[in-house]
Design a protein around this ligand. Structure first.
Ligand code: AMP
Length: 497
């Protein structure tokens, strides 16, 4: 199979756009999917965001839609011909931006609609007429009900990140949307896994699909140093302080399993002198962008996030990733730590494991096919004990109030509750993934640019500045166990180990 775009016979406007993007050869999913989609067959693809999947479906889809190109200004000449459904606003936005780039030299129009934003500007775009509509399910249904979107001329539908859509509880919405589409159409389904639910969805809505699979997300980069520390919930923040300090880390992502936990941890760390921002599903789009920008510019050192919120972020090469909570889903472990150690750069992934996490750790072990060694940390005396105790009280209070797990982990029930509380807009969940992520020109350099430490990021870390008077030697913080000593070796001068 060829891996060069030039052998695909793409129409000139598409080939030009691809050349402009700087793509030299096709990624594996592109090499496999593009020729199939060009024939109009249904596809069931196992591939994650970051594999070049968007181009894999959108280039052939645009090529097939070229026959409908029209320079007419009449909306009637621009009915929706292709519908791309994604689980979150960030993913939808990212995919729509890519499609707009691929289609820029054609007369085909594209737009995106997702929740959490005013419907009016989206309505104006829809009313003008678009051939390619990228959408999250909830908001699309809003537009369908408002008669802003008519889908009876759709020829192609893409169910992207289908597993996430089902996890979040979008199945009823998907079924409704699909019921509005013509039966005669091409359906492309992409999912990280082919779970029984995904297979059921495929058997209901795809016709003789060609199955395409690329590398499964169970491989962790060898450049990531993976550490698992046992830590009680009460000690986890101290563990973070400790590792940041002993490793001389300036910036990191910290993953948690719940929205409430996310907000609370960010507040606690901030109180303890670390410049921290929280990123979770209840944050507005604007707040998320601001948090991200602050992290990128070095104004913020720690970004505490849930899996769902973090999937929307295309930040790469973060120096370290902490799993404050062991993820419920082992694949999320791979996604989380994939944020660090990219492109040969070394990265650190620290997972804090409490007594009740044994099963989750076993799941990770199984997925990454590596034996996990739990290590211990002994804490320095200068850790912010008093504040930690305050935090402990806050944890207890929150436990009494019930936790706030993200929609993804809590499943459809919670999602429905949220929908009930806040109307359909609030049902738009939030997230996405990664995997192969080639360095390329992109329209939104903010999201696409690999992580680069800013000038501010090179400055003395806040925790160092705050505690320089109390600095203690590293060896005093560590239990005299060989494997733990080995852990910090890299960060220490030879003589101090
Ligand atoms: P995706 O998986 O579609 O989100 O793509 C991930 C990133 O890979 C995006 O920044 C794309 O612009 C980029 N990309 C897609 N295809 C190629 C390619 N053939 N060569 C280089 N980069 C690519």
């Amino acid at each position: 199979m060829t891996s060069s775009f030039s052998n695909l016979s793409l129409a000139e406007p598409l080939a030009r756009a691809v050349a402009e993007m700087g793509y030299e050869s096709m990624t594996p999913i592109q090499a496999q999917a593009i020729p199939v989609v060009l024939t109009g067959q249904d596809v069931m693809g196992a591939a994650q965001t970051g594999t070049g999947k968007t181009a894999a479906f959108s280039l052939p889809l645009l090529q097939r839609l070229l026959k409908h190109e029209s320079s007419s200004t009449s909306p009637a000449r621009h009915p929706v011909r292709a519908l791309v459904l994604l689980p979150t606003r960030e993913l939808a936005d990212q995919v729509a931006q890519q499609i707009a780039l691929y289609a820029k030299y054609t007369k085909l129009r594209s737009t995106v609609v997702f929740g959490g934003m005013d419907m009016k500007p989206q309505t104006i775009e829809l009313k003008k007429g678009v051939e390619v509509l990228v959408a999250t399910p909830g908001r699309l249904l809003d537009h369908i009900e408002a008669k802003n979107a008519v889908l009876n001329q759709v020829e192609y539908v893409v169910l992207d990140e289908a597993d996430r859509m089902l996890d979040i509880g979008f199945l009823p919405d998907l079924q409704r949307i699909l019921s509005y589409l013509p039966k005669q159409r091409t359906t492309l389904l992409f999912s990280a896994t082919f779970s029984p639910e995904i297979k059921r969805l495929a058997s209901s809505y795809l016709q003789n699909p060609i199955t395409i699979e690329v590398a499964r997300p169970n491989e962790t980069a060898s450049t990531v140093e993976q550490r698992f520390y046992s830590a009680n919930d009460d000690d986890k923040r101290r563990a973070i302080h400790q590792v940041l300090k002993t490793r001389g880390l300036k910036q990191a992502f910290i993953f948690v399993n719940s929205k409430l936990g996310c907000a609370r941890l960010a507040r606690s760390l901030e109180r303890e002198g670390l410049k921290t921002a929280a990123l979770h599903g209840d944050k507005s789009q604007d707040e998320r962008l601001k948090a991200l920008e602050a992290f990128k510019s070095g104004e913020v050192d720690l970004l505490v996030c849930t899996d769902v919120a973090a999937r929307g972020l295309d930040i790469k090469d973060v120096p370290a990733v902490f799993n404050f909570d062991v993820p419920f889903n082992a694949e999320d472990y791979v996604h989380r730590i994939g944020r660090t150690g990219r492109a040969g750069a070394s990265g650190l992934a620290v997972t804090l494991v409490s007594g009740s996490d044994a099963r989750l750790v076993a799941d990770i072990e199984k997925l990454i096919k590596k034996k996990i060694e739990l290590e211990a940390i002994e804490y320095a005396e200068d850790q912010p004990r008093g504040r930690i105790n305050d935090g402990r009280r806050a944890w207890r209070e929150a436990d009494e109030a019930g936790d706030g797990r993200d929609a993804l982990s809590a499943g459809p029930r919670r999602e429905r509750e949220r929908e009930h509380r806040g109307g359909r807009e609030s049902r738009e969940p939030r997230e996405q993934h990664r995997g192969f992520r080639p360095a390329v020109a992109s329209r939104d350099p903010f999201f696409e640019k690999p992580y680069e430490a800013s000038a501010a990021a090179d400055a003395t870390p806040a925790w160092e500045a705050a505690k320089s008077a109390q600095r203690s030697s590293i060896s005093a913080n560590i239990k005299p166990k060989r494997k733990v000593a080995a852990l910090f070796k890299a960060a220490l001068p030879e003589t101090s180990v």
